[in-house]
Design a protein around this ligand. Structure first.
Ligand SMILES: Cc1cc2nc3c(=O)[nH]c(=O)nc-3n(C[C@H](O)[C@H](O)[C@H](O)COP(=O)(O)OP(=O)(O)OC[C@H]3O[C@@H](n4cnc5c(N)ncnc54)[C@H](O)[C@@H]3O)c2cc1C
Length: 556
């Protein structure tokens, strides 16, 4: 479609108050898959994103996407590995769907043009990632996420899906009936370009805004935008969040920058060495156990390195070109000849918006997919390669179900109040007194989370973090953006993101304090055993009249 024609359609829709069947929030992998499937099911669809689709975090995925398509593998093995890694906290039905539909998901990606690496027989190439009992991750060199994301974007453009880029989700538009049932009717968003707050009306909404690992700030592999905005908006609107205390640490972040060195480096035969140059652990054990082993080794001997020198330059340049570039650029070492200093860093958030088997949340008409959702497939520890798979399998499901639900709705609910509230907030926040620098507080939270609510936790440390977070909540009115301009006010955007992170930080820590056991990524050094009798259950968080409530929902 010529650019001017696209611009005309875009403008008309804005003037006439944008109104669609399905509004997707987040233009990463999950959002685009959901939008394509909703469109295929006959719905009108638009995607709203705070950045540009090609910049979403999905582009950073390197290792691959799991599917049991190899001769030495089976769907049953994939299910068994995933359940084992989840440490008793995954839904068997959801895991079965993930692994069974995974085979078709990869075929579909292949059909839309994802340039998977190939074997000599022209089959999709696969590699073994940690915790997998077989070679299972399909990959495109170490640029898998980038290639998947760009192929999805091409397909969305081809299908004429409308994108609203540089729109920052503020809140969901909703209505509560006399019985207390909450229904969604769209969202409000800040147009970053103009500074105006606009309403996007929709019969159903799919939240696909990614995870919240940026709470750990410089100790995270994540994109700067992984601030959990969608989860925070969802709980404010009446949805529930689950298992928020489970944050996966990736064993091999670069020591200084936390940039990820993919698991594929270990999958290909890379070693982990301590300061004495000795191997000290099994490099292919699941991420939770390996991260702890590395953290303990760093405490003992001061340093841990990744060694891939023995793989040879030709192999590294062909199979791991990005890892070589990243190590050179960010750590100033060439892994072909030198050891790469690493440390475990916050990488993936297993917790998310609680959804049922149809990807529906506790708010009627609100669906969720991707890292912001909890489909109960990862439990207490995600397997590498299962996240890209999740966003295809459950992104498709969310899109289909949102379209079906929208088809049965005659009119969109009306709630002009939310728009007014958010317009007033965006106007008013610029006049906060600004005595305290929120960037300093953001940095502080990142450090206390890494040290006390990270790889190893204990009751005293967690309670200290909770106290600090509650103090910061009280201080929010004394912070705020210093930049008062309307157009492209990134200072304002970052302050709103900060508010969302603080909101989620409290929920994570309350969950971690309440879960008096160790399970997967949640390791309590004061209570190192797993306790299935009391805690073989999901942590559920919600708000009642603004008050945070937390409970355990037994899964057995
Ligand atoms: C470095 C790295 C490597 C990884 N490697 C692998 C791998 O090899 N295999 C694997 O399976 N997984 C991997 N993962 C995990 C996987 O990439 C992510 O879990 C997945 O891509 C998340 O996709 P998503 O669509 O849910 O979210 P994202 O891709 O994060 O997209 C979220 C979207 O929401 C938008 N958004 C957020 N907030 C707002 C807001 N307020 N308003 C509007 N829009 C908003 C963002 O701009 C973005 O477009 C890796 C992750 C990282 C960080």
């Amino acid at each position: 479609m010529p650019n001017n024609e696209f611009a005309k359609i875009h403008a008309t829709q804005l003037e006439g108050q944008m109104m669609v069947d399905v509004l997707v929030i987040g233009s990463g992998g999950a959002g685009m898959v959901a939008a394509l499937s909703a469109k295929e099911a006959g719905a009108t669809v638009a995607i709203l994103g705070k950045s540009y689709p090609t910049r979403s975090q999905t582009s950073m995925a390197q290792g691959g996407i799991n599917a049991a398509i190899g001769e030495e593998d089976s769907i049953e093995q994939h299910i068994a590995d995933t359940l084992k890694s989840s440490q008793g906290l995954a839904s068997e039905a959801a895991v079965e769907k993930l692994c069974r539909d995974g085979v078709e998901a990869v075929r579909w990606l292949d059909s839309i043009g994802v340039p998977f690496s190939r074997t000599e027989e022209k089959k999709i190439a696969q590699r073994r990632l940690g915790g997998a009992s077989a070679v299972r991750a399909c990959y495109a060199q170490d640029y898998t996420g980038l290639k998947v994301l760009h192929s999805l974007y091409d397909t969305c453009v081809k299908e004429g899906i409308t994108f609203y880029n540089e729109y920052f989700l503020l809140n969901l538009i909703r209505q509560t009936d006399e019985k207390g049932k909450v229904t969604v009717g769209g969202a409000t968003a800040l147009n970053i370009k103009t500074g105006e707050v606009e309403a996007f009306k929709a019969k159903t909404v799919i939240m696909a805004t990614g995870g919240y690992s940026r709470i750990y700030q410089k100790h995270s592999t994540n994109a700067t935008g992984s601030t959990g905005d969608g989860l925070a908006a969802a709980i404010r609107a009446g949805a529930k969040l689950s298992d928020m205390e489970f944050v996966q640490f990736h064993p091999t972040g670069l020591k200084n920058s936390s940039i990820l060195i993919s698991e594929s480096a270990r999958g290909a035969g890379g070693y982990l060495l301590n300061a004495k140059g000795e191997r000290f652990t099994d490099e292919l054990q699941p991420r939770d156990a390996l991260s702890r082993a590395i953290a303990e080794e760093i405490e003992k001997s001061g340093e841990v390195f990744l060694d891939i020198r023995h793989l040879g330059e030709a192999f590294i340049d062909h199979e791991l070109p990005q890892e070589r570039k990243l190590a050179k650029l960010y750590e100033n070492v060439d892994p072909v000849h030198e050891l790469v200093p690493i440390k475990p860093v916050a990488h993936y958030t297993m917790g998310g918006i609680a959804v049922d088997a149809d990807s529906q949340t506790a708010v009627s008409g609100l669906f969720a997919a991707g890292e912001c959702a909890n489909h109960n497939v990862h439990g207490a520890n995600r397997l590498g390669g299962n996240s890209l798979l999740e966003l295809i399998v459950f992104g498709r499901q969310a899109g289909e179900n949102a379209a079906k639900t929208a088809a049965a709705i005659e009119a969109v609910i009306e709630d002009p109040e939310q728009l007014k509230k958010d317009q007033n907030f965006v106007q008013g926040v610029k006049y906060f007194t600004n005595q305290i620098d929120f960037y300093e507080k953001r940095y502080f939270i990142g450090n206390i989370f890494y040290n006390n609510a990270g790889i190893k936790r204990n009751d005293m440390g967690l309670k200290a973090v909770l106290g600090a977070i509650r103090q910061i909540q009280k201080e929010l009115p004394f912070m705020g953006p210093k930049d008062k301009s309307k157009s492209y006010n990134t200072n304002l955007v970052e302050f709103i993101e900060f508010g969302n992170m603080v909101e989620l930080a409290e929920i994570m820590v309350v969950g971690a304090i309440s879960r008096n056991e160790s399970r997967g990524a949640h390791y309590r050094e004061d209570i190192p055993d797993r306790n299935d009798t009391v805690y073989g259950a999901h942590t559920i968080s919600w708000r009642e009249d603004g008050v945070l409530c937390v409970d355990f929902l037994n899964k057995f």
